[in-house]
Design a protein around this ligand. Structure first.
Ligand code: ATP
Ligand code: MG
Length: 357
């Protein structure tokens, strides 16, 4: 129980709308838990800020945020601004500068939620994806030769360091062992086609796996995993993959567990030298921006992951339990889950369930 300094970045699209509900939950906890305090600093950065200033965040933005213990982040993206400006101007620099090499994305089929896959029942899909978060296919390394000519040649280089690769794979095994999972770790690569980075990844996976003889392991190709996540998602427990592959499979996992609006994500700096960042998996979702119908539960689940990271295990458990009950009861749900409630009403309902205990 303590005082925590948090940076709040709502960002673009539905980001600020869902972040408001995350703050509502934090405010309730602070008001009702003796000794627990959250000090927020809000940073109004993102595409609107870019339109005014030509930057997604100020030049010293990373310094401004770095003193906080954690960051609660909404979403970033804009229909009229290219992703290489929005994403590369705000989200990716934070992941890299704060060395948030470990991204954790749980996907769970909650009771009360219908999977688009026939015959899947609550709890049947229960997996956690570990995404390498600072290098791999997202490394800002590459170049363009002879632009505009018939010989134009563009290189996009994947970067796999031993430190980064070992760190994400070890995090997956540690989580598997400590959280009493079903004791299986699946590594996802494309080693038959990418003979350098992915083969190296496989080697590191073997080395780390040897430290966890109690854990069953498998290495699968990403195309096979894309199929299996739809055919037999219940077979997966903990999964670990590179930056790009894990991004893609975590969207599949989010959708087969009912809605993009439910999936949370944690970007962790395991050494705790810098703030870790917590966010929904979904993006800015312009199709529903401003309508007040975005599902805030992904963000509220991200708040639960943040509380766990901050050492507030009891509060974290309570928030998770309130989310589960709100889904089970199906009384207050946004349209993505078949309901008619607003974003704010879902936040209120989670707070009401927290109060009920
Ligand atoms: P990005 O490019 O950053 O991934 P996006 O605009 O593609 O963002 P996503 O957030 O990935 O949009 O979401 C895809 C679709 O899922 C959206 O168009 C939206 O309809 C739906 N969706 C996403 N998040 C939510 C949410 N919180 N509540 C309800 N529906 C959502
Ligand atoms: Mg998307």
């Amino acid at each position: 129980m303590a005082e925590h300094n948090l940076a709040i970045i709502g960002g673009d699209g539905i980001g600020p709308e869902v972040i408001d509900e995350g703050k509502k939950v934090l405010d309730y906890l602070a008001a009702n838990t003796p000794g627990l305090t959250f000090n927020y600093t809000e940073f109004p950065w993102g595409s609107a800020y870019y339109r005014e200033t030509g930057r997604m965040m100020p030049e010293d933005g990373l310094d401004q945020v770095s003193a906080n213990e954690a960051i609660l982040f909404g979403a970033v993206g804009d229909p009229d601004i290219p992703d290489h400006i929005t994403l590369q101007g705000l989200l990716l620099p934070m992941r890299r500068a704060y060395d948030q090499g470990v991204c954790v994305r749980p996907a769970y089929l909650h009771p009360g939620v219908t999977s688009p896959l026939a015959g899947k029942s609550a709890g049947g899909i229960d997996l956690v994806i570990f995404r390498e978060n600072t290098e791999g296919e997202y490394a800002p390394v590459g170049g363009r030769l002879y632009p505009g000519t018939p010989h134009e040649t563009v290189m996009q280089t994947n970067v796999f360091t031993r430190r980064g690769t070992e760190r994400i794979i070890r995090a997956a095994f540690e989580y598997c062992v400590r959280r009493n999972r079903r004791m299986k770790v699946t590594s996802v690569t494309k080693s038959n086609a990418q003979a350098f980075g992915m083969v190296f990844w496989d080697e590191v996976f073997q080395v780390v796996a040897a430290d966890y003889p109690q854990v069953e392991t498998e290495s699968l190709l990403v195309d096979r995993v894309a199929m299996d996540l739809v055919r037999w998602p219940e077979d997966f427990d903990v999964m670990v993959a590179s930056n790009l592959f894990a991004d893609i499979i975590s969207d599949i996992a989010a959708v087969v567990t009912g809605s993009m609006g439910l999936a949370p994500s944690a970007n962790i700096n395991p050494e705790r030298e810098y703030p870790s960042m917590f966010e929904p998996v979904h993006g800015a979702a312009f199709d529903i921006t401003g309508k007040g119908i975005a599902n805030p539960l992904a963000t509220i689940s991200a708040v639960a992951m943040m509380l766990d990271h901050l050492g507030e295990a009891e509060s974290s458990r309570k928030v998770d339990a309130a989310v589960v009950r709100s889904l089970q009861e199906r009384k207050v749900m946004t349209p993505d889950l078949g309901g008619t409630a607003t974003t704010s009403q879902v936040g209120d309902e989670v707070v009401r369930l927290l109060w009920e205990g």
